[in-house]
Ligand binder design. Structure first.
Ligand code: MG
Length: 390
């Protein structure tokens, strides 16, 4: 395989996960301020070697998943089947319809903490084999015990615990799935490939990659994440001039008004303040240093992309957005009727639940430039959770 080969990830998130307790399937539960499935998607997206991500979900789960993932880039969401094997097959067929791939990583959404080094080892193994799986050695003593009485010991050095992602040459695993006899005993994807006469290479897995199954797994993950994270707060402030013959964009929403804001890009003062708050929390400069007003490509540009960029910076740093509080300062128009649309739009762009976005508005009692309707100001405070050492 060359480095130009196309590698896709197929994330299986169709399970109902009743063993973990609580109402929501385990891949939708929140851990460390973020849904398990979002952790998993971010871990895959953070690896530079993966070109596209396909997601297999349960029937009726699409709206829920889109809400949890926001603007994260997903090539397609595919409805799964009753069995895990059927769900994987549906995902592989969807990838095939899109032109196929050279390599596929098939991963469980309930294994969110996927180190990039595991992906590296899997992809390297595919240079010489059609399949590779991450495994861990068995630490505990193993004995037989079918009768309830201790039987012979089992040599543990020959046994391994299998994790995901499992990595395959795409055409080979697709052919193996298509040829699988429905009546055969259930096995995993590596088992299906092996039954087709191919070797599956074992590479070192990682303890962090354990599946979140039981309530205590979630508690442990929460504690681990909390002990390694720190809270950062950033603030942003912006002002733009009101001018005739301009559209008024505020917090990503077009607001009907007799004047609009003039300046850098679409002059969405509210989104600019949030971008600066996020960059401030990261200590990564300000909007002007990333998108210079002198650069003609940003003239009239929609500010959504600046906010998406700031969100991506947070994700790249391993962070998550805990809360954003925005205040818009103007005499007119009235913000109240657009508040919900603004919150929804910001939450969408930032890929966070609506509950973490606050939009407020105030006038300045007709004092100053805002009071004279010469311009609109906005200020924002963003609270992030970042890895403690970042
Ligand atoms: Mg601005």
């Amino acid at each position: 395989m060359t480095s130009h080969s196309r590698t896709v990830a197929l994330l299986v998130a169709a399970g109902q996960g009743s063993r973990a307790g609580g109402e929501a399937p385990k891949q939708f539960r929140i851990v460390g301020g973020k849904a398990v499935i979002a952790h998993t998607v971010d871990a895959l997206a953070a690896h530079g070697g993966i070109d596209a991500l396909y997601l297999v979900i349960g029937a009726g789960q699409e709206a829920k998943v889109r809400g949890l993932l926001g603007d994260r880039s997903i090539a397609a969401m595919i409805e799964g089947a009753d069995s895990r094997r059927g769900s994987v097959r549906a995902g592989l067929e969807a990838i095939a319809r899109d032109g196929g791939a050279d390599r596929v990583l098939i991963h469980d959404a309930a294994r969110p903490f996927l180190p990039g080094a595991v992906i590296d080892r899997l992809l390297a193994a595919l240079d010489s084999q059609a399949g590779a799986i991450p495994v861990l050695p068995v630490a505990d003593t193993l004995v037989r015990g079918e009768t309830g009485v201790m039987g012979d010991g089992v040599a543990r050095d020959a046994l391994f615990r299998v994790q995901t992602p499992q990595a395959f040459a795409f055409d080979t695993i697709l052919t193996a799935h298509r040829g699988w006899d429905e009546a055969r005993e259930a096995t995993d994807d590596a088992g299906i490939l092996r039954a087709g006469g191919h070797d599956v290479m074992l590479v070192a897995g990682d303890e962090r990659l354990e599946k979140l199954t039981y309530p205590q797994d979630f508690a442990r993950a929460e504690a681990q994440l909390a002990s390694t994270r720190t809270v950062r707060v950033g603030m942003g402030y912006d002002v733009h001039r009101l001018a005739p013959d301009e559209e008024l964009w505020l917090a990503g929403v077009r607001v009907p008004h007799d004047r609009g804001l003039a300046g850098h890009s679409d002059a969405d003062v509210a989104l600019h303040a949030i971008v600066d708050a996020l960059l401030g929390a990261l200590a990564e400069g300000d909007i002007g240093s990333h998108f210079p007003p002198s650069d003609p490509q940003w003239r009239g540009a929609a500010s959504d992309q600046f906010l998406a960029y700031a969100r991506d910076r947070v994700v790249t740093r391993g962070g998550s957005i805990d809360h954003v509080d925005l205040t818009i300062i103007c005499e007119a128009p009235k913000i109240g009727p657009y508040r919900d649309a603004m919150r929804t739009r910001i939450a969408q762009i930032l890929a966070v639940p609506l509950e973490r976005i606050s939009v407020k508005a105030t006038t300045t009692e007709r004092l100053g430039f805002a009071g004279r309707r010469e311009g609109i100001a906005a200020q924002a405070v963003a609270t992030l959770s970042l890895p403690a050492l970042s």
